[in-house]
Design a protein. Structure first.
Lengths: 177, 745
């Protein structure tokens, strides 16, 4: 079967019941999404299916109809997304194992709702477990990323959340006063 | 940005060609040192002095030989070297390095001594320094006990300073300029005329120079990195999905495995029937391992599916098969001999006989570590070599056990320690690494990555023991006049050291840790430990004995204050005998506005614990919301002696407190028919974003010694919350988890 991940189409030959996570990790060597629980309880495996966050550990690969984005497709060390940069600015990660999933959930939240309230942040992020207890900084980082999106000189809809690298090609449009 | 890497054979071979072997610098002059492990794979003739600084054509590498499981230790240890070497963290590559006795933990035995951490008498200090000798002989490269920072504070600064002196001398020899006229800046030696010589170009010559064993260290006033918050060296990889954890190891033609071992813990398997599994898709091999089986497949998920289809006949448990039965062992231990009586001030029996006795009994359950990254290890037996990649807290023990399993000699066993998705003590037990080695032995020539399911992880932990406390006390007008505290639990120090092959003689201080040595003055004060029979697997769990004893001790103190209508925080202050501890409590009182009243439906609780040498006080403010308890605000003050990286310390304190709150609110492992009942995060859950309070943290530096903070944030959390619940509801909860008694929002 064919699978489109981060803009690349892959041909995979696996059991159709295999969860997407294990296709990504063990067949395609895409290791950003992590295995935590296998039952959609911890969020470490979160990826986007057409922009919506899904728990790839419990999502059969045969049910994937659309474009998959993993943390690797959101930004890279040399060209981090706004959300990733906020994660660095706030020094969120401790062990870091859950953070791919946290960033994917936060990115999906901010794409739909660039200025979430505390309750909306809680609702969107409560599926992502962190045993190190980085929640206070995750909250701060989401608010910073949100503020970057709300910066007065920039129209939020013009910002490519998926990579700051593209800023040169998609110049932010000044908002009319 | 800082870079992360791992030392590989290839790295050294490349460097050997480029600059005569690479150069390994630093300080290693402790009597007859263990060999320098960095020399193993580089050319002879390299100037090998110590195992912390390596300069090759790729730049400068610093070996930070402790498990990075989230606590930020790679950054802090690298900063110690970088500070003295005069380089920036952006300039260096930080490595965990190989397994080696040279990286032994010199201080981990101190916590086993019957001296309180605040005791700086000649006897206590002498005993502490004496523990370094057996520690060195054992040569245990162990991450734990919040020891990494203070164990390395002198060693690694000295390594950086000695390397810098050798580089300066090399520059002096080369230029003919007096060494006193040369200076350094950001990885270069600078002449009075402003000419710059890079460390890299000086490295080979510097290696020929015998380094000073006691180079001058910078005074704190000249620090550029230490004392200031640093960006973690792993922060960009961990924010972009590019950090490599054990579970991410990828090798050519690698296969994937999982295991299933007897859920009647540590007991053998009678037999198994794999007839269904053998023909399942992707299955390559089914292997019998110690106490169970492994399936090797072309994908982890195929292995997970196949192992479910294997039927095993397990040997029944050799321990009481229910929580109640295991609990009874703890109850019974109170009737046996005491295991320790480290504190016995005044005449407790007399005071209890002649006073009005207040008494109570407390209890906490077994707990699992539940690291986010399930246990996993990769092993590859090929060409007479065994390569192991495993996130673990004790790589020297991995070598010892791999040698036993394979019969290989130590020099043919290469242990790589990648980043860890949490540890909390769990990865100091290396049962999972031994399994991967057993698989590798049956799969010679093929690298195999073995990953546990979450179910295997939750049900095959080595648990924080179920523990109990009984107290009797007499109150005076402003403080207790007598306290008799009896503590009972399995002995985790003895259990874990025994598994490593070092049976523990004498008392097991984990049972009374952070209870007997608290800086409270009470005229008649006795703390007695009782060791329950230790046959169910238990071990270190973030903050070890302090994880239960702070709840016991600080709930008791709170009860005693309320019995006399005293302010519980003020009573603690009145009892404090240690100045830094007192300042910690005063600070948390002021930060939390303790003396100001709260709105209706809100209440505060306080908890204090001196653990791992760090006095830590926490105040929690809770609110009632529709009959449920919501944690609104949390305040933490800790004294670490010297704060090397304040932002990282804050992260450890808040994270440690949340870890403690999870345990307090909902943590519980139970046993039925010999097996652990909880299996995954649906029935062994954690605090999530919506339950995480606002935090305010202050770090003080009044203590006389530098201390580590991986653990001290955890112990006061449970009593602070439980004491707040009492303040709000009048309900004194003496048994964890709290959600058995109250609902949480």
């Amino acid at each position: 079967m064919k699978l489109s991940v981060n803009g690349t189409i892959h041909e995979v030959d696996v059991d159709p019941n295999m969860p997407l996570l294990w296709v990504l990790r063990d067949e395609l060597n895409i290791h950003g999404p992590k295995f935590g629980c296998g039952i959609a309880m911890c969020g470490a495996c979160t990826v986007h299916l057409d922009g919506n966050p899904i728990r790839s550990c419990s999502f059969p690969v045969s049910a994937v109809k659309g474009e998959i984005t993993t943390i690797e497709g959101v930004g890279t060390p040399d060209a981090m997304s706004i959300v990733q940069q906020a994660w660095v600015d706030h020094q969120v990660a401790q062990c870091g194992y859950c953070q791919s999933g946290q960033i994917m959930s936060a990115t999906a939240l901010l794409e739909k709702n660039p200025s979430p309230t505390d309750d909306e942040i809680d609702a969107a992020m409560s599926g992502n477990l962190c045993r190190c207890g980085t929640y206070p900084r995750i909250r701060s980082a989401i608010k910073s990323a949100s503020a970057s999106l709300q910066a007065p000189a920039i129209k939020a809809t013009e910002i490519n959340l998926n990579s700051t690298q593209d800023d040169t090609t998609k110049a932010p449009v000044a908002e009319e006063a | 940005m800082g870079k992360l890497g791992t030392i590989t054979r290839r790295t050294f071979l490349i460097s050997a060609v480029a600059i005569t072997g690479g150069v390994v610098f630093g300080y290693w002059k402790y009597k007859q040192p263990h060999g320098n492990p960095l020399l193993k794979d580089i050319d002879e003739g390299a100037g090998a002095l110590t195992p912390y600084v390596l300069i090759d054509q790729n730049g400068i590498s610093i070996v930070a030989p402790r498990a990075e499981m989230g606590q930020g230790i790679h950054t802090t240890l690298a900063a110690m070297v970088a500070e003295e070497l005069d380089v920036t963290l952006e300039q260096v590559n930080v490595l965990h390095g190989p397994a080696s006795k040279a990286y032994f933990n010199a201080v981990f035995m101190e916590d086993g001594l019957p001296f309180a951490s605040l005791d700086e008498s000649g006897l206590a200090e002498g005993a502490r320094s004496f523990t370094e000798i057996p520690a060195k002989l054992i040569g245990m490269q162990l991450t734990g006990g919040s020891t990494s920072t203070y164990d390395h504070y002198d060693k690694m600064r000295t390594a950086g300073a000695a390397a810098r002196e050798s580089l300066l001398q090399a520059a002096a020899n080369k230029t003919g300029i007096d060494v006193g006229s040369l200076s350094t800046s950001n990885g270069k030696v600078i002449t009075p005329e402003g000419k710059e010589l890079t460390y890299n170009e000086l490295a080979s010559a510097a290696a020929e120079i015998e380094p000073s064993a006691e180079p001058a260290l910078k005074p704190r006033s000249e620090w550029k990195l230490l004392g200031k918050s640093q960006d973690r060296v792993d922060i960009i990889p961990k924010s972009t999905g590019t950090a490599e954890f054990g579970v991410d190891i990828d090798l050519p033609n690698m296969l994937y495995a999982t295991v299933k071992v007897n859920p009647n813990l540590l007991n053998p398997m009678n037999s198994f029937d794999a007839s269904k599994a053998e023909s399942m898709r992707g299955v390559k091999k089914i292997i019998e391992i110690e106490n169970g089986i492994a399936v090797v497949a072309t994908n982890s998920w195929y292995a997970f599916q196949a192992i479910k289809a294997i039927e095993c006949d397990w040997v029944p448990a050799n321990y009481p098969v229910s929580t109640d039965g295991l609990r009874q062992l703890v109850v019974d231990s109170f009737e046996g001999w005491s295991n320790s009586k480290n504190r016995n001030d005044g005449d407790v029996d007399d005071a209890l006989e002649n006073g009005e006795v207040i008494s109570g009994e407390y209890e906490v359950p077994f707990l699992a570590h539940a690291t986010m990254e399930p246990m996993n290890a990769t092993a590859w037996l090929h060409d007479g070599q065994l390569d192991i990649w495993a996130g673990n807290q004790i790589p020297t023990q991995v070598v010892i056990d791999a040698k036993k399993i394979t019969g290989l000699s130590e020099e043919n066993i290469n242990v790589k320690t990648p980043l860890m998705g949490g540890g909390f003590g769990r990865r100091a037990e290396i049962d999972f690494v031994k399994q991967a080695v057993q698989i590798a032995k049956e799969m010679e020539g093929v690298p195999v990555k073995m990953t546990w399911t979450r179910e295997e992880d939750t049900t095959h932990d080595y648990y924080r023991p179920l523990a109990m406390a009984r107290f009797e006390a007499v109150m005076g007008e402003t403080a207790p006049t007598a306290i008799d505290l009896k503590l009972a639990a399995s002995g985790v120090f003895g259990a874990q050291f025994g598994r490593w092959g070092y049976p523990l003689a004498g008392p097991d201080n984990s049972i009374v840790q952070a209870a007997w040595d608290q800086p409270y003055g009470v005229e008649n004060y006795r703390v007695t430990g009782y060791k329950a029979e230790t046959i169910f697997p238990v071990m270190f769990w973030r903050s070890v004995g302090a994880s239960q004893n702070a709840f016991f001790h600080e709930s008791m103190i709170d009860e005693l204050a309320h019995a006399k209508g005293l302010d519980p925080l003020q009573m603690r202050l009145d009892m404090m005998t240690d100045e830094p501890s007192k300042k910690v409590l005063e600070k948390v009182r002021d930060m939390s506005n303790w003396n100001q009243s709260l709105p209706e439906g809100h209440a505060r609780g306080v908890g204090f614990c001196l653990s791992f040498g760090v006095p830590t006080a926490q105040v929690i403010e809770i609110a009632e919301q529709s009959g449920k308890i919501k944690i609104v605000n949390a305040y933490i003050v800790a004294d670490v002696g010297i704060a090397l990286d304040p932002r990282n310390i804050e992260a450890q304190l808040t994270g440690g407190m949340l870890f403690g709150l999870t345990a307090a609110i909902m943590g519980e492992i139970t046993i039925t028919d010999g097996k652990v009942d909880q299996t995954n995060f649906h029935n062994y859950n954690s605090i999530r974003m919506n339950q995480s309070p606002n935090f305010e943290v202050a770090i003080l530096e009044n203590g006389s010694k530098i201390k580590g903070v991986g653990e001290p944030g955890t112990p006061p959390a449970a009593p602070a919350l439980s004491n707040a619940i009492f303040a709000l509801t009048g309900k004194r909860i003496r048994k964890l988890p709290l959600n058995k008694e109250v609902d949480f929002a």
